[in-house]
Design a protein around this ligand. Structure first.
Ligand code: H2U
Length: 339
């Protein structure tokens, strides 16, 4: 008998990281008596005098946020990485460490406190993409910055400290682990085939689009075969390019449009402002070309079955490997039907 993805427990391989995930579709019928998250009220004013990211307000460290009217970026007042840190090496017996210099920035997506990314017009999301481009290129051009991580924590359940629409950038000297795993796997595939691993994957997905959520002329959004989070998704460009600085004008508009399309579907799924962490994975800024890298953006949302029931990565997942019940195909079908 062949493997039945919708019934048999099985493990799936993540071609980008080389890791496995356990899928248990037969468990989707089990009852739930666990934790239910409380909903935070969603209605917010366009301007909050107590928000440190609203135009004209004073931040926690006493600095003034200017009266910006579009997007706004500033150095994180409490950055996890500091530019002046020396990369001193520590080695003693089995203990290793190294100083890690870097730059952390906060990016305000809009002056309007009440909005979230899916609620912004495509033209305004394009301005956010402009800012991501500018920051990636500017930070990446600094000799001591070899990796630029762009990300957003959306929603209190994801640890977001403030509902004002914003994201972050952590740029640093080393290539962090998640990107390093993807670098290794993409490079091995490139060296063997002279082709992009992710583009070949996308082509295979589009042949039988059971995991496809939405698409436009330049990008596709899908639930990856190896998704860990229930409604995890990935935006992949149809053209092979390495980083956000290489987006054409048409691709930039299409990227903003698919970002809105996907995140609006998320909001409709459980009728709530859908929490997630999203991040862009792209080539390191170490001065090399990295033809193996295929730009993409990933979304890791925690919600499982309603606005108040989330997935926890605990127990077996901490000691064994990630596990999910609802399959990637089931999740993609739900998101696809929400248009
Ligand atoms: P979240 O994206 O997780 O909400 O984090 C917001 C960041 O904003 C956080 O890293 C920074 C925090 O250090 N911040 C400032 O830089 N200035 C402030 O006045 C408050 C928060």
């Amino acid at each position: 008998m062949p493997l039945d993805f919708s019934n048999d427990s099985h493990r799936r391989f993540n071609i980008l990281t080389g890791e496995w995930i356990l899928v248990s579709p037969h468990r989707t019928k089990r009852p739930w008596q666990g934790k239910v998250e409380s909903l935070s009220p969603d209605r917010r004013p366009s301007y909050d005098p107590n928000c440190y990211l609203c135009p004209g307000n004073t931040r926690a460290n006493g600095d003034q946020t200017p009266a910006y009217t579009d997007t706004y970026v500033f150095d994180n007042d409490f950055g996890a990485l500091l530019a002046g840190t020396a990369p001193h090496v520590y080695q003693k017996g089995l203990l290793q460490a190294q100083g890690e210099p870097g730059i952390c920035r906060v990016l305000c997506f809009s002056p309007d406190h009440s909005l979230t990314l899916p609620e912004m017009p495509v033209s305004a999301i394009e301005r956010v993409v402009d800012l991501w481009q500018k920051e990636y290129l500017e930070l990446g051009a600094q000799p001591f910055i070899n990796h630029v991580q762009i990300f957003e924590n959306k929603g209190a359940v994801m640890g977001c400290s403030n509902p004002h629409p914003h994201g972050q950038i952590w740029a640093q000297r080393s290539i962090p682990q998640e990107a390093a795993k993807k670098s290794t796997r993409q490079l091995a595939y490139w060296e063997e085939n002279r082709r992009s691993l992710l583009l070949d994957y996308l082509e295979q997905e589009l042949e039988e689009p059971v995991r496809l959520v939405t698409e436009n002329a330049y990008f596709a959004a899908l639930v990856p075969f190896w998704a860990v989070w229930p409604y995890e998704a990935m935006i992949i460009p149809r053209r092979h390019f390495q980083h956000i600085g290489q987006l054409t004008a048409e691709e930039k508009t299409a990227f903003a449009a698919i970002l809105k399309d996907l995140t609006q579907r998320y909001d409709r799924l459980f009728g709530t402002s859908f929490p997630y962490s999203s991040g862009i994975h792209q080539s390191p800024t170490d001065g090399l070309e990295h033809p193996e890298w295929h730009f993409h953006m990933a979304f890791y949302p925690p919600l499982l079955r309603s606005a108040t029931v989330r997935k926890f990565m605990v127990g077996y997942e901490m000691f064994g490997e990630p596990q999910r019940d609802i399959t990637a195909e089931m999740a993609a079908e739900k998101l696809r039907n929400l248009s």
